[in-house]
Ligand binder design. Sequence first.
Ligand code: GAR
Length: 209
Amino acid sequence: MMQITPAGPLQLAVFASGRGSNFDALYQAIERGDLNANIKVLVSDKENAPALDKARKRNIKAIYLNPRSYINRDEYENDLLKLLKEQQVTVVVLAGYMRLVGPVLLEHFRHRIVNIHPALLPSFPGLQAQQQAVDYGVKYSGCTVHIVDAGMDTGPILMQAVVPVLPDDSGDTLAQRILVEEHKIYWRSLQLLAEGRVYIDGRKAVIKN
Ligand code: GAR
């Protein structure tokens, strides 16, 4: 079994395409002393992402990189990788980053890219997971923190939280209640990494102790 990161403070890059509430929840967990980490940089692929402003307000380096100004994903990710190396990032945190990660970043940060998804994977991967759950009629959904691999929302699972689906739920009302749980399990999952307790065993993430 392979340990993902040795015990010690995580040096994080947070990637966000939108609102940035998960970024903010991580920031607050660090401030409270619940998560042993530093956020070195927030990266967005969207120029107007509120997450960029949230980072600037917290005095965290906020970088917008436009994927469309590169000839292909590898070139875009090579620039990202350069930035992450400059900032001595050890773990990449996807927090509402609406883009598949390619081989350049996956190879350099093998098992060290983490994502949060608003459903109980492997159910409802991809976009609008909360609406998918409502439309399917499941009675429980939730959220999943997982290690990123080459698939879409397929990597080893670190933590999940269950949220009941109520009879009158819309995608939006369910999303709001799932988000409350996201804000709890993301920092907890990352803290397991900071404690050096997470190992990869085939397709499983194993948590020691
Ligand atoms: C969160 O609900 C997150 O789980 C979801 O986007 C939202 C981002 O919110 N991510 C995905 O759907 C990834 N496929 P935030 O910007 O307020 O953190």
